[in-house]
Design a binder for this molecule. Sequence first.
Ligand SMILES: [Zn+2]
Length: 171
Amino acid sequence: MALLKLQNQIPPAVGINWSQIWNLNVPGKIQNFIWRSLSNVLPTMKSLRHRRIEIPEWCPLCRHEEEDGLHALVSCSLVRNIWHLTSIGSYIGSAISLPDWWQNLTTTRDSSDIEMAAILMWNIWQNRNDVVWNGKSKPAALIFSSAMSVHSQWVASRNRPIPRSPHPIQQ
Ligand SMILES: [Zn+2]
């Protein structure tokens, strides 16, 4: 019964390649974040209202539309300004949910674009939380550039050779 109730609240994300998320070449906290956002467990305004928490359903950024995962991370007009700066762009097509959009992204883009998108989604969510908790929002260009810097630092750290000890160990 409890499972049935849960299934009614969370539409199944058909077609998501879950193992691909854990194989993304991004920090573990970002893999985890993507998994949570595609599993519909992000505390968006819509999901909090489903849990009977008395809050406005409006997106804290645009205050214009209901905030679900797709809106918070991709389709909000303010978030689209950030995607617009990337090679992925802000076109959403016929996606009606975040898993839908993600599935389209991961089947049409290469791994470098997918990793960059994952890092950007994480940065977009951090900014959204800053708006909710501190009333501060960063400009789109700054959110984009901090995501790019996380990405390049991560790539550099993965590619750095393990330094050899300058002094051979004495036997
Ligand atoms: Zn919005």
